[in-house]
Write a protein that binds this ligand. Structure first.
Ligand code: AKG
Ligand code: FE2
Length: 312
């Protein structure tokens, strides 16, 4: 057996799994798992969590209802187009350029944030599954917050207390289902165009569920981009720029992207993923945790608006 650690570590989350009630969570388990997550975020900035306890049927059904929507006609999808002032709905192919130096991303997406109550949904099933998936991700992300708080030597509820309003007004945490359609012939892909350009996320943590097609790559210092190969049953976890700022760069928000697969059948296949972007409450003020003033205090919502204003 080699002692070389895999670049992106796989962390066993079983002891903090969603199948366990809040009362059965032990401090020692938060320390152990929180320490492993911290170490991953100090180095590569990404990890996989296995045995997280998210209901497999819920994941499967949410992927399916999303795919059914993305496979409807552009006119149908346009009825649910996301506007700049309302974080709900469909984002068309090439509509976003997350890396402004590249052409539009070859992806579609659908955003959901429970504080926003749209008049209509693509289907009642889509609505129910979005609500259920959001609720499950919320619980898991708060457990991750507890582990990370303990891992960083903070009070167990430190990060949880900054995320009190996830899923209600006053917190921008977003569930985004992503669809990367089958790709056209290489000749009709624009120079430099990929499925999702290089970027780091904006908020505190991001959880990502991906199908088996692959293509996600993560930047490793000194090496370049390395694949985040799909591992069935896991969720991928990374931090965003706001968490990096909060920890005065102690933890790193790693750049990542989704490339055009080299294997032909994967280029001809669609790819799906689901991201849960966690942000602190709008008015929560982020101050450097080490007591330094490396970065000025800033409210969560001011930071997010600033990031959107320079990207889109
Ligand atoms: O689809 C993926 O694998 C990555 C998605 C992502 O990084 C994002 O939406 O920020
Ligand atoms: Fe991302």
């Amino acid at each position: 057996m080699s002692d070389v650690k895999p670049v992106i570590p796989v962390i066993d989350f079983e002891k903090l799994s969603l199948s366990k009630g809040d009362d059965s969570i032990l401090r020692g388990d938060l320390e152990e798992i929180g320490g492993q997550i911290k170490e991953a975020f100090q180095t590569i900035g990404f990890c996989y969590l296995k045995n997280h306890g998210t209901d497999g049927d819920l994941i499967e059904n949410y992927f399916k209802v999303s795919r059914d929507f993305f496979c409807t006609s552009p006119d149908e999808k346009a009825k649910f187009a996301r506007s700049n002032d309302c974080n709900f709905g469909w984002v068309a192919l090439e509509r976003e350029r997350i890396n402004p130096e590249r052409p539009g991303d070859l992806k579609e997406a659908f955003n959901y944030q429970p504080g926003i109550n749209p008049d209509t949904w693509p289907s009642s099933e889509f609505k129910t599954l979005s609500q259920d998936f959001y609720a499950s991700c919320k619980t898991l992300s708060l457990r991750i917050c507890d582990a990370l708080s303990v891992g960083l030597g903070l009070d167990e509820k430190y990060f949880r207390d900054a995320h009190k309003f996830i899923g209600v007004d006053g917190n921008p945490t977003t569930l985004r289902t992503l669809y990367y359609p089958p790709l056209p012939e290489v000749s009709s892909i624009k120079p430099g165009q990929i499925r999702l350009g290089e970027h780091s996320d904006y908020g505190t943590i991001t959880m990502l569920f991906q199908d088996e097609i692959g293509g996600l790559e993560v930047e490793e210092k000194g090496t370049g981009f390395v694949p985040a190969t799909p591992i069935p049953g896991t969720v991928i976890l990374n931090i965003g720029d706001l968490m990096q700022r909060w920890t005065s760069d102690f933890l790193v928000a790693t750049k990542h992207r989704v490339c055009i697969p080299e294997v032909e059948f994967k280029r001809k296949s669609s790819r799906q993923s689901v991201a849960f972007f966690v942000h602190p409450d709008d008015e929560y003020v982020i101050k450097c945790l080490d007591g330094s003033n490396k970065y000025e205090p800033i409210s969560s919502i001011d930071y997010l608006n600033y990031r959107f204003s320079v990207t889109f």
